[in-house]
Design a protein around this ligand. Structure first.
Ligand code: MLT
Length: 275
């Protein structure tokens, strides 16, 4: 199942659960693994990687179906994504890590916690929610998968960018908008449709929240529309001892829109959690 890592200049690859996963592994110390949003890839964490890897071991991974990882044409589930992440940690001989997941990455963290809680030293749940999809939400996922199939990933970028970034970012940061578009357009349709199915089928995690006993930080952009501050407050109210930070002037991709505030929140969370 596990092969020696193949280092290219930027990318390292591992064989995990029968597919190739691409990841970056930088820095030393406490391992932090970052799980990206739908339908992006691990480069959304570039600012976290560059700023945090002087203090921590920062691992970013292209989840199955994304970026430079394989995007097999078959069933996708969030449990499978969780097993891939744990397989990567096994590959790297990491027993415990702090896990940071944004949006879909957060949904995967609930699947990680359900099955592998002993691997979790701390959780950062960013711009995500514990509730399952509504019937309308599932129907919208189906429609988005049809759009991806008929019109390609650039049509998905057209739909998603307005949801992911604040209006101010869209107007004033064309470079960031281009970067997000490139990440979305770089994905294969098998991965996009696979994620949509996996997210539509995910279970409700609200009842799990009170069972989370590790240190937990919740982060949300104040203008996040897909997973608004009310969803973050619900998680903070139910997870014992969880901290909530609301990031100003950010929408759904709070780590990209306000990287300094996002990184400061992670650093102070880790310093309190490991005190
Ligand atoms: C994400 O950012 O991962 C998605 O917006 C999550 C979702 O569609 O529920």
């Amino acid at each position: 199942m596990v092969r020696t890592p193949q280092r290219t200049e930027q990318t390292v690859q591992a064989q995990v659960n029968g597919i190739t996963l691409a990841y970056n592994d930088q820095g030393e110390g406490l391992p932090i693994i970052f799980l990206h949003a739908f339908p992006l890839n691990r480069t959304m964490w570039a600012e976290q990687e560059s700023q945090l890897s002087s203090q921590f071991r920062v691992i970013t991974v292209d989840l199955r179906g994304h970026g430079e990882s394989d995007a097999p044409l078959w069933q996708y589930t969030l449990d499978q994504a969780a097993a891939d992440v744990i397989g990567l940690l096994d590959h790297l001989s990491i027993r415990q890590a702090v896990f940071v997941g944004l949006s879909m990455g957060g949904y995967i963290l609930f699947a990680v916690y359900r099955k592998y809680a002993d691997r979790v030293k701390g959780l950062v749940l960013a711009d995500t929610r514990a509730q399952a999809d509504t019937a309308e939400g599932k129907e919208a996922r189906f429609q988005m998968a049809q759009t991806a199939y008929k019109n390609g990933s650039s049509a998905i970028a057209d739909l998603m960018i307005q949801k992911l970034l604040s209006p101010a970012t869209v107007q004033t940061k064309p470079e960031l908008v281009r970067r997000v578009r490139k990440m979305i357009e770089g994905n294969q349709i098998s991965g996009i449709a696979g994620d949509l199915m996996a997210m539509a089928e995910r279970p409700d995690s609200v009842t799990l929240l009170k069972e989370i006993t590790c240190p937990t930080q919740i982060i949300v952009g104040e203008q996040d529309l897909p997973t608004p501050p009310a969803d973050a407050k619900l998680m903070a109210d139910h997870i014992p001892g969880a901290c909530l930070t609301i990031i100003p002037r950010a929408a759904h991709l709070s780590n990209l829109e306000q990287p300094d505030l996002f990184n400061e929140t992670i650093c102070s969370f880790i310093s309190n959690a490991t005190r």
